[in-house]
Design a protein around this ligand. Structure first.
Ligand code: URP
Ligand code: ZN
Ligand code: ZN
Ligand code: ZN
Length: 451
């Protein structure tokens, strides 16, 4: 492979989760080699050096999307956006963790008769995660209640996408969230709740964190950027485009609420759950909402949505933005400080970000295979100008420079400190002990033999 050119990102404001500084960034062999003011003046060689001007711009650690489904076979079809390079592994959790570098497992409490696991299976899976140092993830919705609710809606003649939300209201998500937290806490296993979509579920996570439980909540771009009023849209296709589980919520104050909790560390990371289906795939459920493939887009727009609704709105600063789009994910999934920070020795995954520029999101201009965009028409401040992946400029001035197989799978070690330090501490110090007593010596009744 041809050597990558050396890069000097010059004159920008380097933003990490803990501070921002005016500094140049020197990238060699895919990693950050130097960081500091005016690196050229302090003797950096110009040989084979490409200079990227970042004056007046922000230099951010590359975003980490915690949750996507690419080429995902689901509900009779397959999600339309694909991996350039897919990975398939299907063995025991322990082998996956020890030999394959997988340190998180997602359990579904929804999708009855497909993926749904019950409490005792959750208990067993959480216990195993704890044993091998993985983080347990849950899709928290009560699958039994959804199945009953769906029957009820169909019996009422509600066959359109609004039925999708009506059969799985907030309480269905909140109940499962609390149950998962309770079970995880019973085995002292760290828990990560994927796609937190409702106020009630987010509140349960916030309360649990205040009680000291090791739980993390992941809102997604869809839930932060739009709401469930779309399910009542008169156009069937428009409503169906928004179908995902847990659903977007019809309460229009939900996105703001979730963003406030994200800003205040009640919620921790952001994903997208990117899982896209074209209109003709969604149309599998044209007469029955339970057959509409679940999933929406997000991968391309996550950073802009969070900048617009989080930073531009004044809810969070640029450092918190980096924490929730990159650093926290890197810490939880044990990639930090290789990922999630711009520091000497870190992988050069870097975005040059223009916080003042705006762009309008549209399916007409997006770079995804899917034929619609749930954020259609939204004007966002915060535009990526240049994206660098492991030292290679992969996006610049509207053009991509990527090819199939460019992505790199990274083995993740178990027992991430950020997640497991408190867990281990508790295992050592919070061991229940029996009360010492003198033996009971008085009368004991006799039970009659049964049968
Ligand atoms: O509707 C959704 N969320 N589709 C993707 C699968 C999942 O549950 O994460
Ligand atoms: Zn899910
Ligand atoms: Zn539409
Ligand atoms: Zn998902």
């Amino acid at each position: 492979m041809a050597a990558l050119p050396r890069l000097l990102i010059r004159g920008g404001r380097v933003v990490n989760e803990d501070r921002s500084q005016l500094a140049d960034v020197l990238v060699e062999d895919g990693v950050v080699r130097a960081l500091g003011p005016d690196l050229l003046a302090s003797g950096t060689s110009t040989e084979g050096l490409r200079i990227l001007d970042a004056t007046g711009k922000l230099v951010l650690p590359g975003g980490i999307d915690t949750h996507t489904h690419l080429q995902f076979p689901f509900m009779g079809t397959q999600s339309i956006d694909d991996f350039y390079l897919g990975t398939k592994v299907k063995e025991e959790m322990k082998i996956l963790t020890q030999n394959k570098g997988i340190n998180s497992f997602k359990m579904f409490m929804a999708y009855k008769d497909l993926y749904m696991v019950r409490d005792e299976e959750l208990y067993a899976a959480f216990s195993q995660c704890k044993e091998i140092g993985a983080i347990a993830q849950v899709h928290a919705e009560n699958g039994d209640l959804i199945a009953e609710g769906a029957k009820k809606m169909l019996a009422l003649g509600i066959t359109g996408p609004e039925g999708h939300e009506l059969c799985r209201p907030e309480a269905v998500e909140a109940e499962a969230t609390l149950r998962a937290i309770t079970i995880a806490n019973a085995v002292n296993c760290p828990l990560y709740v994927v796609h937190v979509m409702s106020k009630s579920s987010a509140k349960i996570i916030a309360d649990a964190r205040r009680e000291g439980k090791v739980v993390f909540g992941e809102p997604i771009a869809a839930g932060l950027g739009t709401d469930g009023t779309h399910y009542w849209n008169k156009e069937w296709h428009h409503a169906a485009h928004h179908v995902m589980g847990p659903p977007l919520r019809p309460d229009p104050s939900t996105p703001d609420f979730l963003m406030n909790l994200l800003a205040n560390d009640d919620l921790t990371t952001t994903g997208t759950d990117h899982c896209t289906f074209n209109t003709c795939q969604k149309a599998l459920g044209k007469d029955d909402f339970t057959k509409i493939p679940n999933g929406v887009n997000g991968v391309e727009d996550r950073m802009s949505i969070i900048w617009e609704k989080g930073v531009h709105s004044g809810k969070m600063d640029e450092n918190r933005f980096v924490a929730v789009t990159s650093s926290n994910a890197a810490k939880i999934f044990n990639l930090y400080p290789r990922k999630g920070i711009i520091a000497i020795g870190s992988d050069a995954d870097i975005v040059i970000w223009d916080p003042k520029a705006t762009r309008t999101i549209s399916a007409k201009t997006h770079h995804q295979a899917v034929n619609f965009n749930i954020f259609e028409g939204m004007v966002c401040h915060g535009v990526p100008l240049v994206t660098i992946s492991r030292g290679k400029v992969v996006y610049e001035a509207g053009n991509f420079n990527v090819s199939a197989g460019d992505g790199k799978y990274i083995h993740r070690k178990p027992f991430a400190e950020y997640v497991y330090k408190r867990i281990k501490q508790r295992d050592q110090t919070c061991i229940p002990v029996p009360v010492e007593r003198l033996p009971y010596k008085e009368e004991v009744i006799l039970l009659k033999a049964s049968g």
